[in-house]
Design a protein around this ligand. Structure first.
Ligand code: PFF
Length: 451
């Protein structure tokens, strides 16, 4: 355990940080959310916009979060309070904590489904089923109350348990080992998928942009997906940034984590869409997409029984390394600002998140008729957190670093007090001051009809 001057936990190795930050970024967002949002948003054109947003907005926002966290040496809210004493900037941290609760609520729903699919794979439930039977299996599972809630609670319990074992031991150890296996498995699945008869249609859906599919709703969906997938806009990476040691290169970490995250999303896309078309399924099927598509691929693979088990186990672990980073936002705040013990903070926060999560899970079944502004409870939480709060948080974060913080302080953080060259610094500041705020504001406010 590395204790810093003020007694805070920290990451001890560069590898540990990369794994933890990548562990946060890589999760259900890449493998579950990315394909279904691409599917609902018309494919290729969305993908191009998404990639543009990652490069132009995502990496700069991620770097800004690390800068705020490492300079502030506190949780998301506390870092703003320290860097801007007496100013309302800490409200960005408050927003982040609200977003963290919302995301945990629906994240644990989907992670729960993933755990159920571990069991379904173990019990060979997809054997000899065609696409419509696999679909029925999913519908009859996720619309009931008991098992989805059961798995949701298990998942939240696992998240809380990891958080309780402390920053370094907890996060570093679990994130380290498994991501390379996930990548390998996705490559194998992608190969099977693109060699299915009829796969070509899926590839052109994903890679041939149809620009007539672009509108302000799709742009906002791409922005929300980019931020959700990179874990930015709500202070998760401010919190992690505060655990990063002074000699680590924040710019490199941001680029590497973003690239790894994007690679995995693309692999997931290449695994899913060819199969969607090959099995005659609907790309715009919504949040159930991977659960109705992937079992069909495993069916068509030699050794598919084992691949399915390993895949859903790895996906559950990827979900865990993300959910711990979300819960950590709240726990770090409660312990540092309200002086709660880590134990009490973790238990309270996970119970509160599970409480909201129950409504979210039931919104696929018993509470399915509740509709708010045309959205289910799940849809409302996801839309509000991912498409509104994260972009708004990201906007304020780049404005904070670009305009409020002293340029020399930002440079100090990015260049590790001058020991790194940071040749890109001027370009970065230009993006943080002008490009990113304007672009995020346009996409966000245009889609809300404000401009
Ligand atoms: N980035 C995670 C994923 O792609 O699954 C989800 C996430 C984690 C979102 C942490 C936001 C966050 F702060």
């Amino acid at each position: 355990m590395a204790l810093e001057k003020d007694g805070r936990d920290g990451f001890t190795s560069r590898f540990g940080i990369i794994c933890a930050a990548a562990g946060s970024a890589i999760g259900l967002g890449n493998i579950w959310r990315f394909p279904y949002v691409v599917g609902e948003s018309g494919g290729g054109a969305f993908l191009l916009v998404y990639l543009g947003f990652i490069l132009l907005l995502g990496i700069p926002v991620m770097l800004s979060e690390f800068v705020i966290g490492r300079r502030g040496q506190r949780n998301a809210l506390g870092s703003f309070k320290r860097l801007a004493p007496g100013k309302p900037w800490y409200l960005v941290g408050v927003m982040g904590i609200v977003a963290a609760f919302m995301i945990l609520a629906f994240y644990s729903t989907i992670a729960g489904w993933t755990l159920e699919y571990v069991v379904k794979s173990l019990t060979n439930s997809f054997a000899d089923k065609d696409a419509s039977e696999i679909n029925r299996l999913f519908v009859s599972f996720h619309t009931q109350a008991f098992w989805p809630l059961f798995w949701q609670i298990i998942f939240m319990g696992m998240t809380a348990w990891i958080i309780l074992s402390g920053v370094q031991k907890g996060i570093e150890r679990y994130a380290k080992i498994l991501m390379p296996f996930l990548i390998l498995l996705l490559i194998i699945m992608a190969i099977r998928s693109v060699t299915l008869p009829g796969a070509g249609q899926g590839l052109s859906f994903l890679f041939r942009p149809d620009f007539s599919a672009l509108n302000s709703r799709v742009m906002l969906a791409a922005l929300g997906q980019a931020f959700f997938s990179l874990s930015i806009g709500m202070g998760a990476l401010i919190t992690y940034g505060s655990y990063i040691q002074k000699q680590n290169n924040l710019g490199n970490i941001s680029v590497e984590v973003s690239l790894a995250d994007t690679l995995i999303a693309l692999l997931a896309g290449v695994a899913i869409f060819p199969a969607v078309f090959a099995f005659g399924l609907d790309p715009a099927d919504g949040p159930g997409l991977i659960f109705t598509v992937l079992p069909n691929i495993f069916q068509q693979m030699p050794g598919g029984y084992f691949f399915a088990i390993i895949f859903f186990v790895l996906l559950s672990i990827a979900a865990l390394t993300s959910s711990i980073s979300i819960l950590e936002v709240v726990v770090a705040y409660l312990t540092e600002e309200l002086n709660m013990t880590r134990r009490k903070a973790t238990i309270m926060a996970s119970i509160a998140a599970t409480f909201v999560g129950v409504f979210c899970t039931l919104s696929f079944g018993a509470l399915g008729n509740i509709s708010i502004g045309g959205l289910s409870i799940f849809g409302l939480l996801d839309f509000t957190a991912s498409n509104l709060l994260l972009p708004l948080g990201g906007l304020l974060i780049v404005v904070f670093v670009g305009w409020y913080m002293k340029r020399s302080d930002v440079k100090d953080e990015i260049s590790n007090s001058g020991s790194l060259k940071a040749r890109f610094f001027d370009a970065l500041m230009f993006i943080l001051k002008f490009v990113a705020p304007v672009a995020i504001a346009i996409v966000l406010f245009d889609s809300l009809g404000i401009i």
